[in-house]
Write a protein that binds this ligand. Structure first.
Ligand code: GLC
Ligand code: GLC
Length: 812
């Protein structure tokens, strides 16, 4: 069953029924100002940091769900009928409801009571405000006398404090109303020099500034007293829960249209220019007023929206594919790329599953996210790499997370996730392959943000490698530390106490438990750095690094192979994890994918055997599970992984992030059919027809799909902010379609599924536009390349000055 459809032409998903299984959301904003918006206008907005600068309130885990949003109420003042054109919060049945989630905007429209309402929500590029562009049309035969109410609930900026410190917060709310603008200035009197505003293009018939006076006692958002009565209190209040409500009145003749623009924004003043007149407590509006005036102009709003569309034309234009499969095209050309940008912007901070309060930017997560957006925003990727490297520790290890506002490592989580530093090498290598910006390696950046410790990025990468060499276990495999990629495989935690963090509790000295996953990552990272140093003319170092990679690969074949597949780890007692000798958790997905990707055991055909085992033991119609059989009870020596009920999360769900590793591995071994098959099983668009089972948005990946051992097999959870986005993009574009940036040019190694006759791609790369056509001649994987009509040896297209490059590839 579906709840809408894809409109690929307009790059939109159109939801046609408001009561989707879960709120289906979208993101507004690309730089400093962000908003989350659901298909019924729920969600909230913030400036830069969803915890410290949250503008509006949102109630996670509420009943009914998705409360708090960008609400509008319409009211027929003759008969008192009122409703929300976005369905929530009044939930009146609407005619023609639709929500079009697009690239950085959401357009919600409906008809009710003879009134057509359309609202376009978006953030203009480079502004710290959002626009609600509302158009009303009287489609009835009568002249209507209408009231419209807008409503946002301001929150107190630090979202954690807002949810906990009521004894103070309920007494500090302050607002100002000037003309049609409601200013929220809680704490502005003291240490803040920023405030929020909610403006409107129309003169006001009334306004509200406090939740209780708007809703009335014991009432919810579905029937505010002011809306029901049609009379505002027009009172400026202090304390309790500040809101911004504009009350507008107008008369609409049959067929008449009316446009109203609302602006919700964030603004900062210089510390010594906060008040006007000086010495008063009134906000100085000198710098904010011009911004407000500008965007209340419909023409400016239109231009801003066109500019937003233009930004996305550019971003998505870097790679556009035309394949025989609409699910591939739609995800690659539109939604997967879009989701990669969202994970770039938000990391794991704010979604409908991440509260915006908990996590900062993950070190390993952010490095992997980079893989999905370097081609779209190389400059910002560069900065992100340098920011990440600046939080690296002097011993080469990494803070597990850093805070976006301060860009500093997060002490409360600390380090010792021993895979972390390796991801920096992999993301830096990916950046070099896309951009050839070798100068980045010379950038001098500190360790732990400490001035005076600056070293080149190249030195940082060396230390990442050294960190692993300095932390080798009894079998010669890397020590796991608190965890590796799998945050929940905690081999040194041994926690008995409820509520203790699996990730930061460490009851064992960590000198025994080893990780095959880190071995694979090390092998990959050492090979990449070997390639990099080779190109820098450092022959000895390059050879040393490739020697290290070979050594680790050999150790992995020797101690990391279980007979039928790669082992996952050795635990604190030196016993294997992910082995046929285990009763539960006999086989894990991660090492099968990552070892193959590292080339470990490929020529010995171990990789092939491992992938067969994946197909046999882990693959389901809803994707490939993380492990089998699931842990049925809590295992003290394995940690959080066994805390989840079977089939959920790391305990044997289809943890989507890992699936593309298998797709890549299959493609590397030439199995195009299987690679694409796995790709489609978790492709959200492919799963759209089972939206009632899948439940999350059909246009973006979710972190997990419940595994076969759960009671919800096939149900997705934790949509949007997941490494799944970047890795699937890499798997389909670079390995299955085989268009792969490499140090010395663009590599073309498609691995076609059997039934595909070919495909075409336009790819912008280092200043040239490549028009690539791939055709199947026979059933094999042999490739022949013609570049601008000339045959080329091998699979690498050397970099050129030419603007356009025509490439023809035949496969047979
Ligand atoms: C979550 C984390 C990521 C981790 C994964 C597996 O997605 O964000 O860092 O690798 O879970 O535990
Ligand atoms: C929990 C989650 C895991 C995530 C981690 C982040 O352990 O299960 O997926 O990586 O939290 O801290």
């Amino acid at each position: 069953m579906r709840y809408g459809y894809f409109d690929d032409q307009n790059r939109e998903y159109v939801i046609t029924q408001p009561d989707t299984p879960l709120p289906w959301i979208n993101y507004l904003g690309m730089a400093d100002y962000f908003g989350l918006i659901s298909n019924t206008a729920g969600g909230y907005s913030f400036f830069q940091d969803a915890r410290l600068r949250r503008l509006t309130r949102y109630r996670y885990n509420n009943v009914p769900s998705d409360i708090g949003g960008r609400y509008l109420y319409l009211r027929d003042d003759k008969d008192g009928t009122f409703w929300s054109p976005t369905w929530m919060p009044t939930r009146h049945p609407l005619e023609d409801y639709s929500c079009r989630h697009g690239m950085g905007y959401s357009r919600i429209g409906s008809t009710f009571h003879g009134i057509r309402a359309d609202i376009n929500y978006f953030v203009p590029p480079n502004e710290t405000l959002e626009i609600w562009d509302l158009t009303l049309e009287n489609q009835s035969e009568e002249t209507l006398t209408l009231s419209a109410f807008s409503c946002v609930e301001f929150c107190l900026w630090d979202a954690l404090d807002d949810a906990t410190n009521f004894q103070r917060n309920l007494s500090i709310g302050e607002l100002e109303v000037e003309g049609s603008v409601i200013y929220h200035k809680t704490e502005y009197r003291e240490r803040r020099n920023h405030f929020a505003y909610f403006a409107c293009s129309e003169p006001l018939a009334g306004y509200e500034t406090q939740r209780e006076s708007f809703l009335g006692p014991y009432r919810g958002w579905e029937s505010p007293q002011v809306v029901e009565s049609g009379h505002s209190t027009n009172s400026l209040k202090t304390g309790w829960s500040p809101v911004g409500v504009h009350h507008l009145r107008f008369i609409l003749a049959p067929g008449e249209k009316k446009q109203v623009i609302f602006l919700l924004g964030y603004h900062e003043n210089l510390p010594d220019e906060k008040f006007s007149p000086r010495g008063s407590q009134t906000i100085n509006k000198r710098t904010v007023e011009p911004v407000i005036q500008a965007y209340l102009d419909p023409q400016r709003v239109d231009e801003a929206f066109q500019a937003l569309l233009g930004v996305w034309d550019e971003l998505l234009g870097v790679i556009q594919v035309h394949t025989p499969d609409e699910h591939v095209d739609r995800m690659v050309n539109i939604w997967n790329a879009y989701q990669c940008m969202v994970t770039f912007n938000l990391s794991r901070s704010a979604s409908y599953f991440e509260s915006g309060i908990g996590r900062g930017m993950g070190f390993r997560d952010s490095n992997q996210d980079l893989l999905g957006f370097i081609h779209m925003v190389p400059d910002r990727a560069r900065q992100r790499i340098l920011d990440l490297a600046s939080t690296q520790l002097e011993n080469g290890g990494a803070f597990h997370q850093y805070q976006p506002l301060t860009k500093r490592g997060n002490d409360s989580i600390g380090s010792n996730f021993n895979d972390d530093p390796l991801w920096l090498v992999l993301s830096a290598a990916a950046y070099l392959k896309e951009t050839a910006d070798w100068d980045i390696l010379k950038e001098r950046i500190p360790f732990e943000n400490k001035p005076g410790t600056e070293a080149s990025l190249l030195d940082h990468l060396r230390r990442s490698i050294q960190y692993v060499i300095d932390n080798i276990g009894p079998h010669g495999l890397p020590l796991i530390g608190r965890a590796d990629w799998n945050d929940c495989l905690n081999l040194n935690t041994f926690s008995h106490n409820p509520g203790e963090s699996f990730q930061t509790t460490t009851n064992r000295d960590g000198k025994v438990a080893e990780s095959v996953v880190i071995a694979a990552l090390f092998t990959m990272a050492a090979m990449e750095l070997s390639q990099i140093t080779h190109r820098l003319g450092m022959r000895e170092e390059s050879e040393r690094l490739s020697g290290l990679a070979d050594g680790m690969a050999a150790t992995t074949r020797r101690y990391g192979w279980d007979g039928g597949w790669f082992l996952r780890a050795y635990d604190h007692f030196g016993q294997p994890v992910g082995s046929k000798s285990c009763e539960e958790g006999k086989i894990y997905i991660e090492p099968q994918g990552l070892c193959t990707m590292a080339g470990i055991g490929v020529s010995e055909r171990l990789a092939e055997t491992a992938l067969k085992a994946v197909e046999r033991h882990l693959a389901t119609e809803h994707g490939i599970m993380l492990l089998q059989p699931p842990y049925q009870s809590y295992h003290l020596h394995l940690g959080e992984i066994s805390s989840y009920p079977p089939g959920f999360k790391e305990n044997a769900s289809v943890f989507c992030h890992t699936n593309p590793w298998i797709m890549i591995a299959e493609a590397m071994l030439g199995a195009g059919d299987r690679a694409l098959d796995y790709y489609l099983r978790i492709n959200p668009s492919y799963r759209e027809i089972m939206s009632d089972l899948h439940r999350c948005e059909p246009y973006v990946y979710a972190q997990m799909i419940a595994g076969k051992d759960s009671d919800a097999f096939g149900e997705a959870k934790n949509a949007w902010l997941t490494g799944t986005a970047a890795w699937n993009f890499v798997a389909i574009t670079q390995w299955i379609l085989g268009i792969r940036p490499d140090f010395d040019g663009l590599r073309l190694e498609p691995v076609l599924p059997d039934k595909w006759e070919g495909f075409s791609v336009v790819r912008k790369f280092r200043g040239s536009t490549y028009h690539i056509t791939v055709r199947r001649k026979g059933r094999g994987n042999e490739l022949t390349l013609m570049v601008n009509g000339q045959p080329v040896e091998g699979t690498l297209i050397p970099v050129t000055e030419a603007e356009q490059v025509d490439v023809e590839v035949t496969i047979g």
